[in-house]
Design a binder for this molecule. Structure first.
Ligand code: C2E
Ligand code: MG
Ligand code: MG
Ligand code: MG
Length: 288
């Protein structure tokens, strides 16, 4: 499975600035033709409900397998696509693929999960983005309530009016909005007062090592209390351990997403899970 760990191309490889620029130029030019050459795939990672142990949503995660660079991690190529503007086309492709997959699940008679798609602020700044979202929903005959758009907190500014307006329009269609990697930006809490949100995704950085790190535990408990107070759905990212699960359950987290309940995988793997009832638990969800 392609993923950050299997990446053969690492942004942090040592080198001087000239070499870094040369790499970026090479990556950018490879990215340009990668869509036509069908080098991209969308994988899906389950989000499980902490009460039922079943899949309630999946996050669409873009994968690039380049003949030249091998598997490139999104953390490496998304910023390049953002700087070159290619993210607009690429992001739209992901959205269309994710919605088409939703339609496939429905047409197989499978109860579909909500589908979450990452969007870049660059996409939101294009004036026609809300219309494109509406058009894709129409094409895939997907009720808007099944779609969630994820925005990474650290990329947002709480007074970016065009982005905030686009989000309002999209939300008025019935699409949910999630704040991704919550807690990692500089103006985190301000976003909560300026944006109409549905979901808070608590950043992996805080979730990992909840048991061994009292500061993380305090922060996560606080973020969950904020989510509860504001009536937002709370999703914990990067859950890898049983102990994290127990803590999150005890503190009222709704959903979890992490290697413990499933890695990002091709749609067929998720289809198997959904057909079998959507349980990701393997016994962990026995009533306590
Ligand atoms: P994200 O949206 O926060 O996605 C979650 C990332 O955490 C994914 O990395 C996922 O594979 C990883 N992850 C999930 N569970 C665990 C876990 O238990 N442990 C660890 N260590 N990692 C876990 P991935 O797929 O490499 O994507 C990285 C980032 O790239 C994403 O972070 C998102 O910001 C961006 N990205 C990915 N696909 C797209 C896309 O289609 N469009 C845009 N704009 N950004 C994307
Ligand atoms: Mg995300
Ligand atoms: Mg995240
Ligand atoms: Mg991220």
């Amino acid at each position: 499975i392609a993923g950050a760990r299997g990446s053969t191309f690492d942004r942090k490889r040592p080198g001087n600035d000239v070499a870094t620029n040369a790499r970026e130029v090479a990556l950018e030019s490879a990215l340009c033709s990668a869509l036509e050459r069908e080098e991209f795939a969308v994988h899906f990672q389950p989000q499980a409900c902490l009460d039922s142990g079943r899949i309630v949503a999946v996050e669409a995660l873009l994968r690039w397998n380049s003949p030249k660079f091998g598997r490139v991690a999104p953390d490496t190529f998304i910023p390049v696509a953002e700087r070159s503007g290619a993210i607009v086309r690429l992001g739209e492709w992901v959205l269309r693929e994710a919605c088409a997959q939703h339609k496939r699940w429905c047409s197989k008679g499978i109860m579909p999960p909500r589908v979450a798609v990452n969007v870049s602020p660059i996409q939101l700044r294009a004036a026609d983005f809300p219309f494109r979202v509406a058009a894709i929903l129409r094409e895939s005959r997907m009720p808007a309530g099944w779609l969630e758009l994820e925005l990474t907190e650290s990329q947002l500014s709480h007074d970016d009016q065009p982005v905030l307006r686009a989000l309002e329009t999209i939300r008025s269609l019935g699409v949910s909005i999630a704040l991704d990697d919550f807690g990692t930006g500089f103006s985190s809490l301000m976003h909560l007062t300026r944006m109409n949100l549905d979901t808070l995704k608590i950043a992996r950085d805080f979730v990992q090592d909840l048991a061994g790190n009292p500061a993380n535990a305090t922060i996560v408990a606080g973020l969950l209390s904020i989510a509860r107070g504001l009536g937002l759905r709370a999703v914990a990212e990067g859950v890898e351990r049983e102990s994290e699960l127990a803590f999150l359950r005890e503190h009222g987290c709704h959903h979890v997403q992490g290697y413990l309940t499933g890695k990002p995988e091709p749609a067929d793997e998720i289809t198997h899970l959904l057909k079998a009832g959507g349980a990701v638990c393997r016994g962990r969800w026995a009533p306590t």
